[in-house]
Ligand binder design. Sequence first.
Ligand SMILES: Nc1ncnc2c1ncn2[C@@H]1O[C@H](COP(=O)(O)OP(=O)(O)O)[C@@H](O)[C@H]1O
Ligand SMILES: [Mg+2]
Length: 243
Amino acid sequence: FQSMTGLAAKIAHELNNPLDGSLRYIKLAMRRLQEPAASSNAPEKVTEYLSSAQEALGKINEILSDLSQFARHGQASIETISINHLVEQAVRTLSARATLAGVRMECRLEENLPHAGGPKLYQVFCNLLKNAIDAVIEKKRLDPHSEGVVTIRTRRGDSTVQIVFEDTGTGLPVDRQYLFDPFFTTKPPGEGTGLGLAISREIVGQYCGKISADNRTEGGACFEVELPASLEPNVTYRGETIR
Ligand SMILES: Nc1ncnc2c1ncn2[C@@H]1O[C@H](COP(=O)(O)OP(=O)(O)O)[C@@H](O)[C@H]1O
Ligand SMILES: [Mg+2]
């Protein structure tokens, strides 16, 4: 993240709105309950206020759970990991969601890839797959006959390992210069915190890698993660198990 203080201010701001909202709605609900039972619509109103409060608290919950995936593993491990293995784990994690949405996930994984990065990349791959599936769902909503495919490729570059995620979704939003900014989202409330890509860029940076995004000429988006290849191809990650 650009600066820790800037980020802290942004998080505080993002949490403050729903927190304020929920406190206000709870106050309104209590006021209703304390009124003399004059208005017969009190129960409905109270329910309405409480569900608004609930929605706002849900938003806070969502932001905190996204932030915690960033904190989970602490410092990046110096040991590298099998990228193909990690990609397969992420694909497995998202497979139910993809099937439900009618999205096909295709893996084209290069064999004998050098190791690279580390275990936190699992979160990155999950974030990128989730986004790709979301973009395809949105595309299918606009054009029900469109084909829903997410293709994940791994390949060896010049002393790097590249992981490419291509989808047949909507393509990047017009204000794509903000894509990796914390809390930038084009999704409706409750469906996105805008933290996925910001966290992913941070994690990839911890492994001295780069992440970039572009539109595909044939439609849809393409995200690429590039990591320095490990010089020791047979180092295996022996740390905590990856969820
Ligand atoms: N594969 C994709 N295709 C199109 N747009 C995407 C894709 N991935 C990300 N985006 C855009 O980037 C925004 C930010 O993504 P992200 O940081 O993961 O937050 P969120 O998914 O919560 O909105 C999304 O709201 C969307 O507009
Ligand atoms: Mg996301």
